[in-house]
Design a protein around this ligand. Sequence first.
Ligand SMILES: [Zn+2]
Length: 132
Amino acid sequence: MVHEWALAEGVCRYVTNVAGGRRLKKVKIALGELQSVDEEVLKFALTELLKAQGFEIGEGLIELVVKHAVMQCRRCGHLWSLGEAGLSEEEREAVHFIPEVIRAYTSCPKCNSRDFEVVEGRGVEILEVSLE
Ligand SMILES: [Zn+2]
């Protein structure tokens, strides 16, 4: 919970700076699949914080998209997704809390190497801030 509010606080600060008093039309945020962020809580927190800054928040103003995790093998260059990794529900949950543990649960589906990089699906990104 605290996590989402802290995140919303950062986004709100950024949006307020960028807007410089103009009207807000859209805020689009990408959430990494490996980030344990509750979308509903984040949306709620961001709405409340932006309202407190005097922004009018209409339906659909805040858009959240999930960026799927992509891993790349350092040995053979193969790219794969979390879906392909075939994790159980429990393993997925662990990975969401601590993205680093993904190394313990998956290896390259092609060459079986555990030497891979997470190239996408981490962190939070502000994709778009539209103003009037
Ligand atoms: Zn490989």
